[in-house]
Design a protein around this ligand. Sequence first.
Ligand code: GLN
Length: 303
Amino acid sequence: MRRLGQILDQIHDRIHEEADWGLPAQYIPELASVDREQFAISAVTPDGQCHSAGLAQRPFSIQSISKVFALTATLGRIGDALWTRVGREPTKVAFDSIMLLETDHGRPSNPFVNAGAIVTTDALLAGREPRQALAEILGLVRTMAGTDDIYINDRVAQSEKRTAERNKALAHYLASHGNLVNDPDLTLGTYFHQCAIEMTTEQLAMSGRVLADLKCAPPTISRAHARRTNALMLTCGHYDASGEFAFKVGLPGKSGVGGGILLIAPRKASIGIWSPGLNGYGNSEAGTRAAAMLADMTGWSVF
Ligand code: GLN
């Protein structure tokens, strides 16, 4: 294998040559205006070294990648009790679809589609103030990443809240089935703020060290939980494109509509990728291709 730094530089150059960027998320006004011709990739190895190419120090909105952190916090707090309220199956519908909730009697398919993430956040919030649940998620992210320089962008949270008809519908439908324990507005407010956490690819790569079982990782999650989170990332982390992502990349990954991807190469590396333009599934267009290039060039795959 060529040196990792060179591989990342090559990927960066190819992404810019191909100039196939997709479009930033249009339904969150604050994200719609982000310049799409941006790219960054960072990878941390078991020796703790972080290699990067591109805009690796530019913070971006992690959006649904926060679902990994909220899940980690919730499993730490209530353990397997979460699974009575959320399933563990992939879906062939969009991440914000309400369709399966009706046939599944208000039990979301998995914790990474919006409905499942709203229930997960609701479970974390139970009996507390939103700021306490948010402090727990943000504290966990900072510990996992090994830095306190990570914040929530309130403008992005408010921007999403103003255009959140779909997520409101999901929350109220869940509530109608008794699968929310808090006021839907409080749960949604917490969810929008967790989605509005901003990180750089460097920080994102650092935060995934424990999931990748790297020696340099802080012990913030048990091996059993980390294994299961990886399984969910592989099968559900890219929504209805998870099969395609597993086929082309072969690594657990979690995307967000901010254009980020957290990618885990167990015992080899934890990787953060960002490019804000999306494909039709709401996953980063250039980021997804970069993940496939990295897997090809390194031979990293769980298979
Ligand atoms: N906050 C976004 C939403 O709920 C997150 C979606 C995503 O990143 N896929 O729609």
